[in-house]
Design a protein around this ligand. Structure first.
Ligand code: SAM
Length: 372
């Protein structure tokens, strides 16, 4: 029996119902789920009973009692995966990628010098991850002094990349993004649109979002995530991603005086300026650009939604064009600097360069759109 057949028979033994789907190895994406026959839109393709869940409620008291009440679910599950020596989940655990396989893809494991080349939104997510990992490891290593850091890091990354959002009443006191659970759904790879899961107290079901032909990979969507988010949280970028966004903060923020920053902050418009794949510049960016090229009164009226800013749109577009052209030069410089460095592994640098090329294309498309 190969590994995937073993996983399948383990799942069936746990009362998981797979209907016209199976896990297989997919080049470049590890394991994924494919259709074994033609699947109709709306068909239930997977039923996972709550008895298989690994979440807050299943963490043994022997673990949770040794930890402070505010310990994150992420930290609890990571600890549970390590200390769970029962046979029941061993076929599932055997599927987990080993720690070195995360190193090429997950920026958290890249050398810090390479982090300096990450786009700003990815850097922000990485810093949050670093803070959370440190917080969790401090708690866990105090309660379990024999635990090894690499083993914990591995388990923490497994939970971070494989768990799905799930809620029970016992989870209410935890932040939404910490209401995590495993397993099975984690065998699906991500696409910007895919099959949805429907949850109940009995478990969850996956429903086909469209027709699938035999052999076709079936995706789910981990959320409306940009490629900077996917890169940092999951270690990959999508070639086509309707939710992709490019941050303009690095090129816009340095243009403001302190006074202008204060005015923007007072109205809640300082930073988080994005260029979206589908819709172009966000409203916040339009507000910020008007701060740089309109009178204070015109800016204020636009920011307060008292004017639609049509009279100033021409000026705004000219300024945006100039800013985006400057950004393209900066992106090309980043790519050149990356070519000239041997920091990290080749595949880490290639993944990062690929992301910057996507950003360059999105900015170039916005420039083309402004010209037309
Ligand atoms: C929840 S797991 C999905 C199953 C995983 N492929 C496996 O081998 O077990 C998430 C991980 O799968 C990979 N992945 C998911 N979607 C992907 C995609 N569209 N392209 C490339 N890798 C993907 C990434 O490594 C990600 O961290």
């Amino acid at each position: 029996m190969d590994r995937h057949e073993e996983l399948l028979s383990w799942a069936v033994g746990q009362d998981v119902k797979l209907n016209g789907i199976q896990p297989i190895l997919i080049p470049g994406r590890g394991t994924g789920i494919v259709a074994t026959r033609e699947i109709k839109e709306g068909e239930v393709i997977l039923v996972v009973p709550a008895s298989v869940f690994r979440s807050l409620d299943q963490v043994p008291k022997a673990i949770s009692k040794r930890l402070p009440r505010q310990t994150s679910i992420h930290a609890l599950l990571a600890t549970f995966l390590i200390l769970d020596k029962t046979k029941r989940f061993s076929s599932y655990h055997a599927f987990f990628p080993i720690l070195p396989s995360f190193a090429s893809s997950i920026p958290l494991l890249w050398p810090p010098e390479l982090h300096t080349f990450l786009p700003t939104p990815a850097k922000d997510i990485l810093e949050k991850q670093q803070r959370e990992l440190e917080r969790d490891w401090t708690t866990i290593s105090k309660a379990f002094p024999d635990m090894n850091y690499d083993q914990y890091l591995h388990s923490w990354l497994l939970v971070g990349t494989r768990s799905f959002y799930f809620e029970t009443s016992t989870m209410n006191r935890f932040p939404h993004n910490d209401r995590l659970a495993l397993p099975i759904a984690d065998l699906f790879n991500h696409a910007d649109v895919g099959c949805d899961a429907s949850f109940s107290q009995q478990g969850y079901k996956f429903i086909a979002d469209r027709v699938y032909h035999a052999g076709e990979e079936i995706y789910t969507s981990y959320g409306d995530h940009s490629n900077d988010f996917l890169l940092t949280e999951y270690g990959f970028v999508l070639p086509e991603n309707r939710w992709d966004a490019v941050s303009l903060d690095d090129i816009l923020l340095p243009r403001f005086t302190e006074q202008q920053k204060n005015d923007l902050r007072d109205k809640g418009f300082l930073g988080k300026y994005f260029l979206y794949q589908e819709t172009g510049c966000c409203f916040r960016t339009q507000v910020a650009l008007r701060m740089l090229c309109c009178t204070y009164e015109d800016w204020q009226q636009f920011a307060d939604a008292e004017s639609e800013g049509e009279a100033s749109q021409g000026q705004v577009n000219v300024l945006l064009l100039q800013i985006l052209n400057t950004y393209v030069e900066a992106i090309q410089q980043t790519l050149k600097d990356m070519e000239g460095t041997d920091i990290g592994e080749t595949n880490q640098r290639e993944l990062l360069a690929g992301r910057w090329k996507q950003i360059e294309i999105m900015v170039a498309q916005a420039i083309k759109h402004l010209h037309s």
